[in-house]
Design a protein around this ligand. Structure first.
Ligand SMILES: C=C(O[C@@H]1C=C(C(=O)O)C=C[C@H]1O)C(=O)O
Length: 497
């Protein structure tokens, strides 16, 4: 038998999680540890994970962006060597990810294949260092990439590679030194963006109101029930935007939201597309919004000038309840094939944020280990490219099945997509799409990238802010514009715009 020629193989990831006892606490504490301007963040109320450095970047394109990202991550994990002394969600091997809303952004015919100048539609980043907190547990993970050994050769391996089966040899990585990695002296100072100038984005506010009017006309004509229309605002800053400046402010002011940062996409979303943890799935569905009277007041029941309680108004608003029902249905229907049992609340609660109140429902379910094939019309990838680990689907596969929910697209999905395409005039990029993290077992959390901005990859002085609104038959364009302004407030406030 001829020996096969030595083929270079994928590098091996060596992951080590150790407990670190004296991590500072508080909503912004994890974010304050970030040393540079490419932070990876998923935090809420002081819990979560932050990461930095880039051990690996996996990019995907087109309709298969979720499945391909999952497959690439599985391949890395298949060769990873993991030592995890903490064993909670977020410890051990983790990767952060962010995906485009559309299979093909506006104006590009197809993004199925990577091209020279096509931006990736999915990115998964494996950081070099992760720091995490979950209640009393605090930890540090290092993720080191070793150039792997070529079977039968020593060229690419450690100097002393004389083993017969070098691929199985334990990798030698020096133990991490938390004191050195977390040393404040290693942190680049956080810089403020300076003066900020904002201008209208893809559509002027007048044109956007016209788009809302067109959408309501199409809804009243019976073409669809609900559509979510978004708009963008472009901010130009005096100094390059340091995401940490935004993240610290967001994490502290919007601590009920999930503050995130992945590859220039930064925000604090109140909407959790899916969390999957040990067989239990949760989705926080939002739809139906009222602006708070005076955004600087603390969260809690607020009364407007007439003495009305806006929370009560929202909870009884038939227009908002209708919007909400569509969103809950879409999530419940998308999760059902994966669950053996589900809890779908009959009535929403009111979520109080500093800028707005939302109707909210927490949908939960128990994952089946042998899910029925998902009825997922936008997954064009061959079945074998969907790679849920044995049995239950991963959190990312669930996010892919749920995206886009009626909270950010509409009902029915196809008709709503068509209206968005016809009238919105916006390339959503990664806004309103899944952003989050997953671990080695596929568990993880994926939010919907709302209340967010995208820092330009080519010029960090240019930032696009996004906000959208659910439109139903009873929607009024001016009221929707005011609602979108309220939804822009978190990012405007963080930027100082
Ligand atoms: C689309 C956004 O928000 C979504 C739309 C909502 C609504 O129309 O009431 C509420 C929450 C989100 O599901 C956004 O913030 O950009």
């Amino acid at each position: 038998m001829n020996a096969a020629p030595a083929e270079p193989v994928a590098p091996r990831l060596v992951v080590t999680t150790t407990r670190i006892p004296d991590l500072p606490d508080g909503p912004g504490a994890l974010v304050d540890l970030l040393p540079d301007t490419a932070p990876l963040v998923w935090v809420r109320r002081g819990d979560g994970i932050v990461g930095w450095g880039e051990a690996l970047r996996l990019e995907t394109w087109g309709p298969g962006r979720f499945a391909d990202a999952e497959a690439a991550w599985q391949e890395v994990l298949g060769r990873a060597q993991v030592q995890d002394d903490v064993r909670v969600p977020g410890s051990g091997a983790v990767a952060f990810g962010s995906f485009a809303f559309e299979d093909s952004p506006l104006g590009s015919a197809s993004l199925d294949e990577p091209g020279d100048d096509l931006p990736a539609a999915g990115v998964v980043i494996v950081p070099r260092v992760v720091v995490g907190r979950r209640g009393p547990d605090t930890w540090l993970t290092t993720l080191d990439l070793l150039p792997d050994l070529v079977p039968g050769g020593s060229e690419n391996g450690p100097e002393d590679s004389t083993e017969e089966s070098p691929r199985d040899a334990p990798a030698a990585v020096p133990p991490a030194d938390p004191a050195r990695l977390l040393d404040p002296a290693r942190r680049l100072p956080v810089t403020a963006p300076g003066a900020v100038h904002t201008r209208e984005g893809s559509l002027s506010t007048e044109d956007w109101k016209t788009a809302v009017e067109t959408a309501t006309a199409r809804i009243r004509a019976g073409e669809l029930d609900k559509v979510v229309l978004a708009r963008d605002v472009v901010a130009t800053t005096e100094h390059p935007v340091d995401p940490r400046h935004l993240l610290g402010r967001l994490a502290r002011s919007y601590d009920a939201c999930w503050t995130f940062s992945v590859d220039g996409l930064v925000g604090a979303t109140p909407e959790l597309l899916v969390r999957s943890e040990k067989g239990l799935v949760t989705s926080r569905v939002l739809a139906g919004t009222i602006r708070r009277s005076g955004s600087s007041e603390p969260a809690g029941p607020a009364a407007d000038d007439d003495g009305h309680d806006p929370a009560l108004f929202l909870a009884r608003s038939s227009k908002d309840l209708e919007e909400h029902e569509y969103a809950v249905r879409s999530v419940a229907d998308a999760l059902a094939p994966f669950c053996s049992s589900m809890n779908v609340p009959e009535a929403p609660f009111v979520l109080h944020l500093p800028n707005v109140l939302h109707l909210a429902s927490d949908v939960t379910g128990v994952l089946r280990s042998d899910p029925a094939p998902p009825v997922d019309t936008h997954q064009h990838a061959p079945a074998e490219r969907r790679t849920p680990a044995a049995g239950a689907p991963s959190s990312l596969a669930l996010a892919a099945a749920l995206h886009p929910s009626a909270a950010v697209c509409g009902t029915p999905t196809r008709a709503a997509r068509a209206v968005i395409h016809d009238v919105e005039g916006l390339d959503r990029g990664r806004y309103a799409a899944p952003v989050g993290w997953f671990g080695a077992d596929g568990d993880g959390e994926w939010g919907i990238a709302l209340r967010s901005c995208e820092i330009s990859a080519t010029d960090a002085r240019t930032v696009r802010l996004f906000a959208g609104c659910g439109i139903v038959a009873a929607s009024d364009p001016s009221a929707e514009l005011a609602e979108s302004e309220a939804k822009l407030e978190p990012m405007r406030g963080a930027l100082g715009a």
